[in-house]
Design a protein around this ligand. Sequence first.
Ligand code: DP6
Length: 340
Amino acid sequence: MIAVTCTAPVNIAVIKYWGKRDEKLILPINSSLSGTLNQNDMKTTTTVVASPDFDRDRIWLNGREEDIQSERIQRVLDEIRKRAGDRKEASKEKLSTYKVHIVTVNNFPTAAGLASSASGYCCLVYTLAQVFQVSGDISTIARVGSGSACRSIYGGWVAWDMGNEIDGSDSRARQVADEHHWKEMRVLVLVVNDKKKETSSTAGMQNSVETSKLIQERVKIVPGRMAQMEKSIADRDYETFGQLTMRDSDDFHAVCADTQPPIFYMNETSKRVVDIVKRYNRTCGKTSAAYTFDAGPNPVIYLLEEHVSPLLSILTHFFPSDEKNYVRNVPDVENVLKRE
Ligand code: DP6
């Protein structure tokens, strides 16, 4: 019997992934880029036990048994076993026939647009890779679980290059800069609603691809924006970084609104946070905080350390406690995968 426990962090995109060109292989229509958060506050913990005595694979998520036959989980298990089986030694071949029991827990709201599938699938793939002794790039395996999960494989700043190959072999994550590169960067995760979102990212992006005209325009803009974003990170140029981050989030939500039926992930509280960030930047006379929203109403704010305390005081002042469940100050965009 083999047992391995790992943890994996969430990542928050500053250039969003939205839309697939291949639903099965999870190949995107545009590249994306994110910061991987440290694991103090938001992480998934997964234990995989593999044994020749188990009669079938099983999985429990946050204490409840889930359907192991889910297409995505099966794709991940198949890929892992294929790569484990690829290795020649007789003992490894036998390993790939072991059945697994998987127990996975998130310490933050699941499916509330807080990148739980990213840390979830990243953690699942990383832990399985330890059990089945899979080496090499595992971001392509995480990708077939959930697209954004491939970026959580690395710490710091991570691009997911969309790739061109039809088999998806070049659609993988790439570390742009490590977690020590921009030491002053902080991330605030404001949870305004921790309920499960009404439109999942998967369904939402599929509808956008089918019905939105604007998404075609966005696809043309993203390559240039990716290049600018990578440069702003390399140069630690917060002004450019912040402007691009907010612009890309706005464009992504405009695509959602242009989808039929329209998707509105942001709520009134989200819009008030946008307004506060804009006013804060005006008061500072430069871009000092940048909001971004995934497929949910919860604002994530990238900002430099010196702005954390003033902005948090303003946010705390404006939001009555029933509206703002909690504010998490993730103190670093910092690595990442750690075996426990
Ligand atoms: C808005 O990775 O959850 O968070 O590949 O269908 O599992 P699937 O979608 P998912 O989509 C994430 C979308 C996003 C933007 C991003 O993280 O880049």
